[in-house]
Design a protein. Structure first.
Length: 242
């Protein structure tokens, strides 16, 4: 298509050369050249021009209440046998733009624990992607405008159901928080014991600039089977300024 437009421009330039003694012919031919070149430029940069007006806009929320955060059960994937209860913390990722978000993902890039009134970086933490709820994938191929997807942040379990010894973690707490990552690191850095944390998460997509957010996470060393009480009294998760 672009080659045809360029050929038309050349044709118009030849007409100008042949009709230099006729001002009207020159004017019409020049207009033809300008139109052809303009169409050629639009053809070359049409994707970029379109992207200026069609863009996704991701808004990310997390609230300590259903359906974003909720109580559910772990079951054996083969038999369906009940194993234990767990509390899931999930992001709600909404697309409020006018174009779909393509291959969206999120990575936990830094964890800081409060020690003696200061937040100290956990140097052994391995940055990893968290997975999309239900789909269990790192990337979500599309999030259409005016729709949302849940993204698993992590889950809370009673320590009795976690093999802490495997990762060399002292079994001194009643519960644990685990980032819901795609790959379990051998270091066990995806496991947090009760405490006060700041966590940095980066959200990205193919057609979107990365979005970095910081969250304040407080986990008390207490468990209750009542969902409302657990989410209200024992877990705090909120977005904060970095």
């Amino acid at each position: 298509m672009t080659e045809e437009i360029l050929q038309e421009a050349i044709k118009q330039l030849r007409a100008i050369a042949e009709g230099v003694n006729n001002p009207w012919t020159v004017l019409v031919s020049l207009l033809g050249v300008l139109v052809a070149l303009l169409l050629g430029v639009i053809g070359i940069f049409q994707d970029r021009i379109r992207s200026l007006f069609r863009r996704p806009k991701l808004d990310i929320y997390i609230k300590s209440e259903p359906p974003d955060c909720h109580k559910t059960s772990f079951r054996d994937s083969n038999t369906g046998r009940y194993i234990c209860d767990t509390y899931y913390l999930r992001f709600r990722v909404e697309n409020n733009g006018n174009h779909y978000a393509e291959d969206a993902e999120a990575m936990v890039v830094g964890v800081y624990k409060r020690i003696n009134d200061n937040y100290e970086e956990m140097k052994d933490f391995l940055p990893l992607n968290v997975v999309w709820s239900h789909y269990r994938k790192i990337t979500m191929s599309k999030i259409q405008p005016k729709l949302f997807k849940h993204l698993d942040f992590g889950y809370i379990l009673k320590a009795d159901f976690v093999d802490l010894e495997k990762f060399g973690i002292d079994r001194s707490s009643n519960i644990t928080f685990q980032f819901d990552v795609a790959v379990i690191p051998n270091t066990g850095s995806h496991i947090l014991l009760p405490g006060d944390y700041k966590i940095k998460v980066v959200f990205a997509a193919n057609n979107l600039k990365p979005i970095e957010k910081t969250y304040h996470l407080v986990i008390k060393d207490a468990w209750t089977d009542d969902e409302e009480t657990m989410l209200r009294d024992n877990i705090l998760i909120e977005e904060i300024n970095a």
